[in-house]
Design a protein around this ligand. Structure first.
Ligand SMILES: [Zn+2]
Length: 261
């Protein structure tokens, strides 16, 4: 009994001592190795561009081996090359964005005839058209400011017109045929010095007051209408009434020319 007990104690002591020695020797060494490797990595990352690792996490291990084998100059060169690559790919998303914008250009134009019997002169031959003038107007006589019929009534009382009037909903009402002369410009002149602008221009009224600006539907309609007119005639100028009659006219009020596509 005593002998067996003594043997088992000896075995236990040896086992425990062996375990402790193994841990102290290998465990400690392994720990040191990890630490030195980590600090080595940290120095390496700090010394070299971190982007190299961040850009290709999948190849991280392969890249690390490559970098260790390469001279600092080679690493810098590789970094420069990789910096060039993203710049090339950045251009692609912009090209993708451009496509929907171009598709938007071709928004269908809703033209509705509302031909008037006043404020224009019939032209029998082919009229030469090279200018588009943008105006704005609203109903100032009470009721709905944006009522197109009431605005047309006001034109009638003044004996004026426009070829088109764009309602708040983006519908383009045709009041006068393109080939006829509409009385919309009054005393004015285009940048090349020509006067009597009604004779060679198309007038577009956009329904809007002094403050509200215009709806996105109106901007789309005006853009589409101008695109159509440019397709039909050789257009030299697209101007505001305020451009051709400065000091006398201030419309189109608050028109954002950048919204024209
Ligand atoms: Zn005007």
């Amino acid at each position: 009994m005593d002998k067996k007990k003594a043997i088992s104690i000896v075995i236990t002591v040896f086992f425990v001592a062996g375990m402790a020695a193994w841990y102290i020797f290998y465990g400690g060494k392994a720990g040191k190795m990890e630490i030195s490797q980590e600090s080595g990595e940290t120095e390496e990352k700090a010394a070299e561009p971190q982007v190299v690792f961040e850009q290709a996490p999948a190849d991280e291990d392969v890249r690390r081996d490559e970098i260790i084998e390469k001279s600092p100059e080679e690493i810098i060169e590789q970094f420069k090359q990789e910096q060039k690559k993203p710049t090339e790919t950045v251009i692609k998303p912009e090209e993708i964005i451009k496509e929907p914008a171009q598709a938007k250009k071709e928004t269908s134009l809703d033209i509705e005839d509302r031909l008037v019997s006043f404020g224009f002169q019939k032209v029998s031959g082919e009229r030469k058209i090279d200018t588009v003038i943008l105006h704005s107007s609203f109903n100032s006589l009470g009721g709905d400011q944006y009522d197109v019929d009431k605005i047309i009534d006001i034109y009638k009382s003044y004996g004026v017109s426009a070829h088109y009037i764009i309602g708040r909903n983006g519908t383009a009402y045709r009041l006068v045929k393109d080939n006829d002369v509409s009385y919309h410009a009054g005393v004015s002149s285009v940048p090349d010095g020509r006067t009597n602008i009604n004779a060679f221009s198309i007038g577009i009224e956009i329904v809007g007051n002094y403050d509200d600006g215009y709806t996105s539907e109106q901007y789309e309609a005006v853009s589409a209408l101008i695109a159509k007119i440019k397709g039909d005639y050789d257009i030299k100028y697209v101007l505001g009434h305020d451009d051709i009659a400065p000091g006398r006219k201030t419309d189109p009020w608050n028109f954002d020319w950048d919204e024209l596509k």
